[in-house]
Design a protein around this ligand. Structure first.
Ligand code: ADP
Length: 162
């Protein structure tokens, strides 16, 4: 079975992302969750914080590794010998951007296939942006994120950074 890479911003990781990680860990020998450093968006959490939260969430899944990268996702995939790129598709609104990314990645690295997993219905409305916004207004986000992420969001809010 090939090695898969699941790239993203994960700012922060949500229960939707974790569902994709768990499901892909059953499909591949190894899944490398790759946290993007040079995202165009200014992240709430530093890359070190995002990696640490993901590692805590995935500590019980032995074939999941969490790492960060700078630059092109396909270059990092090649470096890690990953031949599959996993992406989650929530709704049709994700499709346009995701298909463009998949085609671009294929053009740059034809040896790497993108696999789309349909998001679990119960998380199909969920995004990191929505979670940050709800936490900003002091809402209970425990339904959307694991406990360690909730604690980190509360700390950011109390520090006035959210
Ligand atoms: P990016 O900034 O690259 O879109 P994200 O961290 O927002 O990074 O998302 C990474 C991947 O996870 C993308 O494939 C995205 O479609 C998917 N994803 C985002 N939210 C969810 C969710 N609620 N359920 C399943 N997959 C999701």
């Amino acid at each position: 079975m090939p090695i898969a890479m699941y790239p993203g911003s994960f700012d922060p990781v949500t229960r939707g992302h974790l569902d994709i990680i768990k499901r892909s860990s059953r499909m591949f020998d190894k899944v490398i969750v790759a946290v993007l450093v040079n995202s165009a968006k200014k992240p709430l959490f530093t890359v070190e914080e995002r990696v640490a939260m993901l590692r805590e969430c995935c500590k019980d899944i032995p074939n999941v590794e969490v790492d960060s990268f700078n630059g092109l996702t396909v270059s990092f995939a090649k470096q890690k010998h990953a031949t599959v790129m996993v992406r989650g598709l929530r709704a049709v609104t994700d499709f346009e951007n995701e298909i463009q990314l998949a085609h671009t990645n294929f053009a740059m690295a034809p040896g790497i296939e993108t696999v789309f997993l349909a998001t679990a219905i119960k998380w199909s409305y969920l995004s990191s942006t929505i979670v940050r916004e709800a936490a900003h207004y002091g809402q209970d986000v425990s339904k959307f994120v694991p406990a360690n992420v909730e604690t980190a969001l509360i700390a950011k809010r109390e520090a006035g950074e959210l």
